[in-house]
Ligand binder design. Structure first.
Ligand SMILES: O=c1[nH]cnc2c1ncn2[C@H]1C[C@H](O)[C@@H](CO)O1
Ligand SMILES: [Zn+2]
Length: 360
């Protein structure tokens, strides 16, 4: 079957669980905001700047990939800039046909010019509200939920967990930890995760991206993560022998049995060296073995990508048609952090009717 085209995928509703606010700015916006504060950038026009981000992030190492965020975080230090970036994020995702998105960022990285943690969250939330309203008026409705991230090398996770819970009825739907993985195991933040569990709150943990099974095991069995950010290294616990069924180790079997969602980010993984290419990405195997697989962008700017592009790449690499794209979309929606009845409503009112038409 011919791969589904990017322009057809744009028209289909999609659900996105793993997208970083500071990894999705428009290059033009970075240039304008940097100009206002005198921040020096590595390129002077939008096209060249976009290319610079992709090339610099294309490093084969998560640590070097993360260095590129210095330029986006630098221009997101005022309420106005945070509001603008969040508003444009909602508009860009909606224009790409994303019907539901969970967007994450680390409030502690936006305090350099005097904002408080609450100021940061208020500015971003207001931007999402405005962007979503504008998108709906343009005929592209989108629901955006926020995840607050704590940086795993820092020591503010308890504070950010409390901030998340405080804003749980005001746009924040979950919590996350991100940043360099090697040397910073999730158990460093056990207090925060235990607090969140006591509060009946939801969280995901970046794990199994640059570091392997111990990080995934800790995230689930010590910290109680609802979902795995990436989790791609779970394949290290699956034995494949040509001509025979794959054999799952204890951890892989547990993740599959419990239907723990994997927030897979194909292009990002190729850039950081977690996968050799899209065609060789473990998403093919994990799909065949019926894990709770979801597809995500991670950082649209650093990967020069979008939700529709990620799906088009997978359709091309694995021959996936509308049935698989619907499966991925419903998997994501089932795994969202908003209440069950609201998830069902999007599945039944938005996703299923649209894919029923596409499936013919
Ligand atoms: O893929 C990732 N792995 C670990 N950390 C990441 C990834 N993408 C972005 N981050 C970091 C850099 C951002 O500044 C931070 C908050 O969004 O999260
Ligand atoms: Zn990420």
């Amino acid at each position: 079957m011919a791969a589904i085209t990017h322009s057809d995928i744009v028209k289909a509703p999609k659900a996105l669980l793993h997208d970083h606010l500071d990894g999705g700015l428009r290059p033009e916006t970075i240039l304008e905001l940097a100009g206002e504060i005198g921040h020096e950038l590595p390129a002077g026009d939008p096209a060249a700047l976009g290319e610079w981000f992709v090339a610099a992030a294309d490093s084969g190492s998560l640590e070097r990939y993360l260095e590129t965020f210095a330029h986006t975080v630098a221009v997101m230090q005022t309420a106005e800039s945070l509001h603008r970036v969040a508003k444009e994020c909602a508009l860009d995702l909606a224009a790409d046909g994303v019907a539901y998105a969970e967007v994450r960022y680390a409030p502690e990285q936006h305090l350099e010019r005097g904002l408080s943690l609450d100021d940061v969250v208020d500015a971003v939330n207001a931007g999402f509200v405005e962007g979503s309203a504008e998108a709906a008026a343009l005929g592209r409705p989108i629901r955006v939920g926020v995840l607050l991230t704590a940086m795993r090398h820092a020591a503010r996770s308890q504070e950010i967990a409390e901030l998340s819970v405080r804003y749980r009825d005001a746009g924040v739907v979950g919590f996350d930890i991100a940043g360099a993985e090697a040397g910073f195991p999730p158990t460093r933040h056990l207090d925060a995760f235990e607090y969140l569990q006591r509060e009946n709150f939801h969280f995901t943990i970046h794990a199994g991206e640059a570091f392997g099974l111990p990080s995934i095991w800790q995230a689930i069995q010590w910290c109680g993560a609802d979902r795995l950010g990436h989790g791609v290294r779970l394949v290290d616990d699956i034995t494949r022998t040509p001509g025979e069924d794959a054999v799952l180790g204890r951890l892989a079997a547990y993740v599959r049995d419990k239907r723990i969602p994997l927030e897979l980010c194909p292009s990002s993984n190729v850039q950081t060296g977690a996968a050799a290419s899209i065609a060789e990405h473990p998403i093919g195997l994990l799909h065949d073995l019926r894990f709770r697989v979801t597809v995500n962008t991670d950082n649209r700017l650093m990967s020069g990508t979008s939700m529709s592009r990620e799906m088009a790449l997978l359709s091309e690499a694995f021959g996936w048609g509308w049935a698989e794209l619907q499966w991925l979309t419903i998997n994501a929606m089932k795994s969202a952090f908003i209440p069950y009845d609201e998830r069902l409503e999007i599945i039944n009112e938005v996703i299923k009717p649209a894919y029923a038409k596409l499936l013919g």
